[in-house]
Write a protein that binds this ligand. Structure first.
Ligand SMILES: [Fe+2]
Length: 305
């Protein structure tokens, strides 16, 4: 695959200071110029001021300058004029206004974390000791950015931009209203969803295991129950454990673990999921505000003024 990672995102919010404090508490480390850093992925989130919350930019790592030339040709066939400068290609997705930046970058190799010992029937992986998940006291610090989810008023056009233009691959589909797209071996790095207005639905951050999904969310909810959105559960598409919280600008942020991985040479057949199946396999039912965030009407009004 020419593309190999979702490197970084820039999110615009009306309240960058408050929102930055939230992501520092979420476990991202503050870096220079509004950037926030993960343990394995480097500077991966930049928070800047914008009149309403939105995804401004997504940076995607590519292997080779030739990959940028090929993407430029494909984008032109879609009627999008990219800017190609050295080892960087910039193109604006016409529906959402998201700026995509393809950059020739080295791949990241995550150091393997030892598997968490879980006891099972006839199998004791943890003799004579309590579970690590109940003993851990260290605060959660996400390993890397996993994915961003974009609401768009024209899913077909936005999917075409990422898939047919930039070169993302399709992992699964949600009827004809959404596509799970990957630019790495993760099941999805961008999920495009049909919506009444273009907006950033959520960003998702990898932690070590399901215990850390739970520990991270519980720590964020201590004294702040209004941050809870949806969790704990396991998605069907992508299989990951999830727990969604809400940042002070209204964007959802997800802790996840155990997502499906699709190596470049692995056989994978995309499936089309209808209704709730694409959304989750088990867990509490999603609140209506997960599908239609509470500020959606306000975002629609802002989009038309
Ligand atoms: Fe997600």
């Amino acid at each position: 695959m020419a593309l190999h990672r979702l490197s970084a995102i820039t999110v615009g919010v009306p309240n960058p200071v408050e929102t930055g404090d939230y992501y520092a508490e979420f476990g991202l480390a503050r870096a220079a110029d509004g950037w926030f850093r993960t343990r394995d992925g480097g500077d991966q989130l930049r928070i800047v001021h914008a009149p309403t919350r939105r995804l401004l930019e997504a940076r995607i790592g590519a292997d080779d300058p030739d990959d940028l030339g090929a993407a430029a040709a494909r984008l032109r066939r879609l009627g999008v004029e990219p800017v190609l400068a050295g080892t960087e290609l910039t193109a604006v997705e016409p529906v959402t206004g998201v700026r995509a930046v393809l950059r020739v970058e080295p791949r990241i190799l995550q150091e393997a974390v030892a598997p968490t010992p879980y006891n099972g029937p006839g199998r004791v992986d943890r003799p004579g000791v309590r579970a690590p998940g109940v003993l851990r006291t260290d605060p959660i610090r996400p390993r890397k950015l996993g994915h961003a989810v974009l609401g768009t008023t024209d899913a077909a056009a936005t999917i075409a931009f990422f898939r047919d233009g930039l070169g993302f691959r399709t992992s699964d589909l949600m009827g004809n209203v959404g596509a799970f797209l990957r630019c790495s071996t993760d099941h999805h790095n961008i999920l495009v969803l049909q919506a009444p207005v273009s907006f950033l639905h959520h960003t998702s951050w990898q932690v070590d295991d399901v215990d850390d999904v739970g520990r991270g969310a519980m720590a964020m909810l201590e004294g702040r129950p209004e941050r809870h959105v949806w969790g704990l559960g396991r998605h069907h598409a992508g299989s990951n454990f999830f727990w969604y919280l809400k940042d002070p600008a209204g964007n959802f942020s997800e802790y996840y673990s155990d997502m499906d991985s699709i190596p470049e040479d692995a056989p994978w057949t995309p499936e089309v999921f209808e209704g709730a199946k694409g959304l989750f396999n088990w867990g509490p039912p999603p609140p209506p505000s997960f599908i239609n965030p509470e500020d959606l009407a306000a975002l629609m009004t802002d989009a038309h003024t």
